[in-house]
Ligand binder design. Structure first.
Ligand code: GDP
Ligand code: IMO
Ligand code: MG
Length: 422
């Protein structure tokens, strides 16, 4: 299950909904840049690092090797849930997952400040610098917490260049190796009960015909390879990321579900062809509650973009869509949907690979008739007003994969299931 747009599509709700019927829910990339909201009855949970399956008692939540883990955030998320009576004892964390250290958070913040107007608008959680260390082979992994001598050597190697950069280039104080090592060792015992060989656990589970659900963070257009680079996150939320980030082969994956919002939102900088700067945009933000769960920033809002949905179908090999937040569109007389772009006077049907073309892309809209009836109580497709049905059918046709579920409200039961996911 993954985001088909720029994140915040409702992955948390969708994952939680299936959590009750699957054996494992696995996060495979990203870190606490994610903010997944789950509403169960009158309780609302904001999850950042923990897989949304943590709220389903029968399900084992797994943090895969592809995730970057901030230990202090993880421990406070766990204790926050424990205080609310959620049992978190089944959690498994890959020993190969990389750790977001305090210096990675510092580097994220200072480099964004240094970029000035060209900044990415990151969440400031140290995500990019931690993945950079991983690729540069100077990263710290969860397993390193259990060997003080190796940990010290690795922190030394990581800080060697960084301290030069911080002091000489960014005008900041150097970070002491001993201080970082001491802080990291302080997490070791607390995390120890959860650390496991998650690749082995997941593959054994699949051999025993258990059902494993992979929960993406962020979304397709924020993917480091397939997104709107450089305005992206530093990992692969797209489907292939589930294989590398969890150590499960592509032949083991049977369904790839794209979570798709009935309109579009984006947080942070970067191109967004259907973005609205008028009262419609304001209305989507207000009605949809489009404010970041992680950073509290207002989300940029715009109409549905079918070019992006088709692109998501292609790069992920989507088998299904879960369409969310259809209820938010109630009340518009007509709803514009972007069916193609106009770039330098030419109509373009598919996402251009060139960044300069995408920055110029103007949406070509088709108007679909709206509806005014409250749809939040709809339980089946036929309960929806005719125009809402037609809107869903039109999106399905344009997007290239069947819409198998529709969200009509934030709660678990505010969902219309059309085809079973299992
Ligand atoms: P995620 O990051 O993809 O998990 O999405 P977020 O949790 O950041 O943002 C989605 C927001 O929409 C959350 O506040 C959800 O509770 C809410 N939500 C999810 N599905 C629906 C839906 O079908 N209708 C409405 N009205 N809200 C929804
Ligand atoms: P969920 O999982 C929306 C955006 C940031 C920024 C860019 C890079 O809740 O959908 P980063 O801190 O990752 O280096 O920031 O990516 N971003 C998200 N936008 N939802 C998210 O997660 C996001 N995680 C990162 O706003 O533009
Ligand atoms: Mg979110």
């Amino acid at each position: 299950m993954l985001g088909a747009q720029w994140g915040d599509e409702g992955k948390g709700k969708a994952t939680d909904l299936l959590g009750g019927s699957v054996d494992y829910v696995v996060r495979y990339q990203g870190g606490n840049n994610a903010g997944h909201t789950v509403v169960v009855g009158d309780q609302k949970y904001a999850l950042h690092l923990l897989p949304s399956g943590i709220l389903s008692p029968g399900c084992t939540p797994v943090i895969g090797n592809g995730v970057v883990v901030d230990p202090s955030v993880l421990l406070s998320e766990l204790s926050g849930l424990n205080e609310r009576g959620v049992d978190t004892s089944k959690l498994l964390i890959s020993g190969n997952a990389h750790i977001i250290t305090s210096y990675n958070v510092t580097v994220d913040k200072v480099s964004e400040r240094f970029l000035g107007k060209r900044k990415i608008g990151t969440t400031g959680r140290g995500i990019g610098p931690t993945y950079a260390d991983k690729i540069n082979r100077v990263g710290i992994r969860v397993q390193d917490l259990y060997d003080e001598s190796i940990l010290t050597q690795k922190v030394e190697a990581a800080l060697d260049v960084k301290n030069q950069m911080l002091t000489k280039f960014y005008n900041r104080r150097a970070i002491a190796v001993e201080q970082v090592v001491e802080e990291l060792l302080g997490y070791a015992d607390k995390l120890a009960p959860y650390v496991a060989d998650t690749v082995l656990v997941l593959n054994q589970a699949l051999e025993q015909d258990k059902v494993v659900l992979f929960e993406g963070g962020q979304g397709t257009l924020l993917d480091i390879d397939h997104g709107t680079y450089p305005f992206v996150t530093s990992s692969n939320p797209t489907a292939g990321g589930a294989c590398t980030g969890a150590g499960v082969g592509p032949t083991k994956i049977s369904r790839v579900i794209g979570i798709l919002k009935a309109y579009t939102t984006r947080v942070g900088a970067g191109p967004f062809p259907t973005e609205l700067f008028d009262e419609d945009g304001e209305a989507l933000r207000r009605i949809g509650g489009e404010r970041g769960v992680t950073t509290g920033r207002d989300r940029r809002c715009g109409w549905f973009d079918a070019v992006i949905a088709r692109y998501a179908t292609r790069v992920n090999g989507l088998t299904d869509f879960f369409l969310t937040k259809l209820d938010v569109l109630t009340g518009w007389e007509q709803i514009p949907v972007c069916v193609a772009y106009e770039i330098d006077g030419k109509r373009v049907e598919e996402l251009p690979y060139s960044q300069s073309d995408f920055h110029h892309a103007k949406p070509v809209y088709e108007m679909l008739p709206g509806w005014s009836e409250d749809i939040s109580k709809a339980k089946s497709f036929s309960d929806l007003p005719k125009n809402a049905q037609a809107y869903v059918k039109a999106l399905e046709e344009m997007s290239g994969a069947p819409i198998s579920a529709i969200g009509v409200g934030p709660g678990r039961d505010e969902t219309i299931e059309i085809n079973s996911f299992l």
